[in-house]
Design a binder for this molecule. Sequence first.
Ligand SMILES: [Zn+2]
Ligand SMILES: [Zn+2]
Length: 506
Amino acid sequence: RVDGEHEGDAEEGDLGVGGGVLGGLEHQAPPGPGRRERSLAAERQEEAASTHAGRGCERERERERERVGRRASEVLPAGEGDEELDGEMAEAVADPVARAGGGVEWEDVRKDLHMHPELGLEEERTSKLVVKKLQSFGMDQIRTGIGGTGVVGTLKGTQRSSEGDPAALREIGFRADMDCLPMQEANDFGHKSRTPGRFHGCGHDGHTTMVLAAAEHLAKRRDTFAGTVHFIFQPAEENFGGARLMIEDGLLVEHTRCDEIYGVHNWPYPEVPPGFFAVRSGPIMASADEFEIIIKGEGGHAAMPHLTVDPITIGAQLVSALQTVVSRGNDPLQPVVLSITRFNAGSAFNVIPNTAVLCGTVRAFREDDRSRVQAQLERMSQSVCMASNATATVNYYRGYPPTVNSKKQAEYARQAAELAFGVDNVLLDCDPSLAAEDFSYMLDQVGGAYAWVGADSPGKLHETNFDFDDSIIPVTVQYYVNLVNLRLAAKTASGASASAADEATV
Ligand SMILES: [Zn+2]
Ligand SMILES: [Zn+2]
């Protein structure tokens, strides 16, 4: 989810609440009338504006949880599939290991996923394809239905190690997201989306393919490592926070015991040129919160303002006052953004309305900054309104938290990437992005690293002409394989690490 790049309804702005593409997971619109329409309708009826919007969100969240909860997680015996695939898919799944280098087959898988995009929590076909592939590679265990459509393939290394070797006990996770965007693809190539209004415009088709390809390679080479690898395929990165749903379903305590976890995003932006890899210690993506402030005054005749409490004047004061929350209250060396993106009030030239509604977004890289801005925003809204005899209702919706890499794992990622991309092609000083990513929930629980792989794509992320750059598949798989060599290869009798260079043939 790279919300800053959202293309489409300009009114939705950076946060992009509408359309289900970009809304924070805490308050995603349900199918049917969008949150935006409901919100506008509410504004038209001023009295309705005092409704606590947060309740609607809670309800929505609960509904989603119920929906997810209804699917029981399931552990499948490895190598056994009970469900029949349709013809086209069976073709894509057939003969997954009969490939002698060249990467052609994985490109086909990627294109097949591109042709059949599925929205968050609807990744039925995609997760079935993932399961079939994992079964054909021979995982030790495959778990399905985690956090909705999530899948985890588990592979144990067979390399002998000396007793107590930490590498042998270690468990690491590679995470891919599987969902598409609710947007129309503009491309006209052979593998364009077969479903109107559904599009792999963020390259999650490629992310899924790369983790699958790593699983295939490592399953054939399990004698080269001693610990355990979990291949984690998550739903709903773009909207519902599938990473969080998987965690709530026991991903990191019941289904895996990951000590560290890694994820990548294809990055078709000039700061990471094609052939390059970028990782950094600390924050790499921001939190993305949304807020709504309902100012309740007292309307009346515009010619008799002394008989009213004018919410528009108060709202204007509040917009100005809120500019100081970041500029005066925040450490200038720590980036935070607070933007007011909507100001709705009034219906006639000669009527002072009862209420005014402000909306906006807060972005931050540190949890402390985020909490302080939230508290200050609430305090200032209350006090500015109180000074003029109005009241404020502040609804603050927390979206994805900041994505923060741990120092050690960022270092392992660097080492693994240097062996795959070349020492000169690994960037460590890249600026973080103010977009958001739900891998943050996993990094909240275990140490890990999220990284960007430079890509040469026709469009940027979330643009209608985007397509995943297949040329990054082999080198990214090599990165995953290198991480396994680095972290899970056992010590030999002499005490040296046995992580000999292992060429991934993808
Ligand atoms: Zn995206
Ligand atoms: Zn994405």
